[in-house]
Unconditional design. Structure first.
Length: 437
């Protein structure tokens, strides 16, 4: 039943818990960020369920999202064994209609997990861990049962890595291993040098390499084996030209084209030209993915079709990843090229502002839609060129405190700061003999 009105703030200000000046047709905050101002001036009401003495609970309609129109849900028969229970529990996660709470926002490969459980004990163990922890994740709590299943899954994983012999087997293992970066690195080094055949294998491989490359860019202790990199470049050629998925149609987001970047950042002075070329390519591609993400976001707001929402989240996540890598390369070039510093500072400011806009849009799809924002937001705060912009980013970080699971944003920013300080020291050491002569 309806309760009292809750104000006339726009949707963006309400999501960010910011005071809205309720200016029409666009409030000042939305105008500043360049985003659509939705709902300003509209009175909202809180609804509470009325308590009824009737034994009939009545009907319940779940969510307002539509997959492709109205569909009936077919109930599965009662599970008869542990594997069936896990499969049904995982399927229930796939049936979540809210895009911001669905694991499909990370990619369609997860839809194939239930049908592949019979082929892989490690995938079954991973699915059991995920389903048992889902409730705790959505509620923000913790689950002893989930930790127990996690320990068992790691035990199965150790045995599975030792016996993995083919691409399909490796793909199943990678789907479970994606949060264990060093384990992924070991597994990728052991993979047979053959082309993945199925879409599931391609997505698992792409996700694994993307995670490893992204993490090694910021953590110098995670090094890609030069022999593995050379093997991949021999197979792929100097530039990846094969057909790409929706989120990797951009050159700058293809892991095949970024595989050399971590090693280049280990010795930036020796790879100055290569780093500069990668940065320029990202600059040229960034406007296109920013425009595409904004267009998809607008379409989702009008249609509320689930499949389109997943497409938007993947596109916006790719946008955030490109902005993050551009920020890293921008900072490296500022260290290497003092003469071009003013131009790079202006570009850095623009990258941060675009990241803030992407964050504003993704906030509508919490909690999973914002799961990959922490790295980008920490970089924005650390690299902000003015005190005012840094303070703004601090406020944004505080609003996303729940997205940092297992680490504080201060710790993550400190790790990135150490990375850049190491680069500055490295450049100073290389330049010091020249300055003496």
């Amino acid at each position: 039943m309806p309760g009292a009105g809750t104000g006339k703030s726009c949707d963006a200000c309400r999501h960010r818990k910011k005071k809205c000046d309720e200016k029409r047709p666009t409030c000042s905050r939305c105008e500043k960020l360049g985003i659509e101002c939705v709902g300003v001036g509209q009175t909202r009401f809180k609804f509470r369920y009325a308590v009824s003495s009737s034994t009939n609970p009545g009907s319940f309609k779940r969510g307002a999202w539509s997959r492709n129109g109205h569909q009936l849900i077919k109930l599965s028969p009662s599970p008869t064994n542990d594997a069936s229970r896990i499969s049904n529990a995982f399927a229930s996660l796939l049936n979540i209609t809210d895009p911001g709470s669905s694991i499909l926002s990370f990619g369609s490969m997860f839809a194939e997990v239930p049908m592949r459980m019979d082929q892989s004990p490690v995938l079954t163990a991973a699915a059991k861990t995920l389903t048992s922890s889902a409730s705790a994740f959505y509620s923000g709590g913790s689950s002893l049962q989930a930790f127990t299943h996690y320990g068992k899954a790691l035990t199965v994983l150790r045995a599975d890595v030792a016996s993995a012999v083919d691409n399909t087997h490796f793909s199943h293992t990678m789907a479970e291993l994606e949060v264990h970066i060093r384990g992924l690195l070991y597994l990728l080094a052991k993979m047979p040098d053959v082309e993945p055949k199925t879409e599931f294998e391609k997505q698992a491989l792409s996700l694994a390499w993307s995670l490893v490359i992204g993490e090694s860019i910021m953590d110098p202790t995670i090094e890609l084996d030069p022999r593995v990199v050379a093997k991949q470049k021999r197979r792929l050629g100097p530039v990846a030209t094969a057909s790409a998925s929706f989120t990797t149609e951009f050159y700058s987001l293809r892991w095949e084209n970024l595989i050399n970047l971590p090693a280049q950042l280990q010795d930036p002075m020796s790879y100055d030209m290569e780093i500069r070329a990668t940065y320029e390519i990202m600059k040229s591609e960034s406007p296109r993915i920013i425009t595409l993400a904004a267009q998809l976001f607008d379409a989702v707001q009008k249609t509320r079709i689930q499949k389109l929402a997943f497409q938007y989240i993947l596109c916006e996540t790719g946008n955030v990843e490109m902005l993050s890598m551009s920020l890293v390369l921008n900072s490296v070039l500022q260290i290497l090229d003092v003469a071009d510093g003013q131009k790079l500072v202006l570009e850095c400011t623009n990258l941060i502002e675009e990241t803030m806009k992407a964050s504003e849009r993704l906030d509508r799809f919490r909690p999973l839609g914002t799961a990959r924002l922490p790295n980008a937001l920490c970089l924005c705060w650390l690299l902000a060129p003015t005190p005012r912009l840094r303070e703004t980013m601090r406020e944004v970080l505080q609003e996303h405190i729940q997205d940092f699971r297992g680490v504080t944003w201060q710790d993550l920013a400190g790790r990135y700061d150490a990375r850049f300080r190491h680069m500055r020291a490295q450049v100073r050491r290389r330049l010091s003999p020249l300055s003496i002569t």
